[in-house]
Ligand binder design. Structure first.
Ligand code: NAD
Length: 262
């Protein structure tokens, strides 16, 4: 299937590692020109070098997307370099784990800035240009938490729902301009984030690393955790020309783990 991504310009956020990196690599292999963004200069440089092996044009951007300055920098640099952004993939690291009564309002604010503000501000900067050009794709990386709250991850469970509400509303408003808006909901995926969550569970409950990963595997119908590339493939399809009639959707890529009917 030709995804029609050749020479499209994609800004992939949180792309120095994990799911974001895999998305950037998949889109680069499909012929897109890529801007990647993350906070750490060394990590961004290393990711850029790996992505350059695809032969695609890669623009590295260093920015903290939990700040207004960071989102403005990411959008401005991508536009300055490529002249447009056709595909926006919003993604950052996940918030601090913890149960419902554990976080003070400062922690809620930090998590909102990381997950919700980053998505809203990047989208507000880049979608008007997509509307003018009558073509665009916005894909937000959220979480299985949107379908089924994850124990001891109240910040994620709450704020992913807010991001989903924002994007579902936007989809209705910009579809007429050829812009589709969807979210992708990963289940348990083998990244550094998952290792960090397992370490937090060990600290909280004393469970071993092996038993935690065993529960990730056995609770997932396909019997394993996912690979970042398996999320990236779904994102690439949603970014493609071929997905032009898919909008306003929250697409699970979780190996069946959510167990929901819809
Ligand atoms: P990760 O922590 O491995 O990678 C996150 C990436 O975002 C890194 O490149 C990091 O540098 C970048 N980043 C973090 N904070 C940033 C900031 N403030 N500004 C700019 N860049 C920032 O995470 P991942 O596993 O690849 O997950 C990506 C997203 O998907 C996260 O929000 C995560 O919570 C969510 N998710 C992951 C899983 C999983 O099992 N891995 C499951 C469900 C949801």
């Amino acid at each position: 299937m030709d995804l029609g991504l050749s020479n499209r310009v994609a800004l992939v956020c949180g792309a120095s590692r994990g799911i974001g990196f895999a998305v950037a690599e998949e889109l680069a292999r499909e012929g897109a020109q890529i801007a990647i963004c993350a906070r750490d200069a060394n990590a961004v440089a290393a990711a850029t070098a790996r992505l350059a092996k695809t032969g695609a044009k890669i623009l590295p951007i260093i920015a903290d997307l939990s700040t207004t300055e960071g989102t403005a920098t990411a959008a401005a640099k991508a536009l300055e370099h490529y002249g447009r952004v056709d595909v926006l993939v919003t993604n950052t690291g996940g918030p601090t784990p913890g149960p419902s009564l554990s976080h003070d309002w400062a922690a809620w604010t930090r998590a909102s800035e990381l997950l919700l503000r980053s998505a809203v501000e990047l989208t507000r900067s880049l979608v008007p240009g997509m509307q003018q050009r009558k073509w665009g794709r916005v894909i937000g990386i959220t979480s299985i938490a949107v379908k089924k709250p994850v124990p001891s991850l109240v910040l994620s469970n709450s704020l992913r729902a807010a991001v989903t509400g924002y994007y579902r509303t936007l989809a209705d408003e910009v579809g007429i301009d050829g812009v589709t808006v969807n979210t992708v909901l990963p289940g348990y995926v083998a990244t550094e984030r998952l290792e960090e969550l397992a370490a937090a569970t060990t600290k909280r409950t004393g469970a071993t690393h092996e038993s935690i990963f065993e529960s990730y595997r056995t609770g997932t119908p396909v019997g394993r955790v996912g690979a970042p590339e398996e999320i990236a493939a779904v994102v690439a399809f949603l970014a493609s020309e071929r997905a032009s009639f898919v909008t306003g959707q929250a697409i699970l890529a979780d190996g069946g783990r959510s167990g929901t009917l819809l």
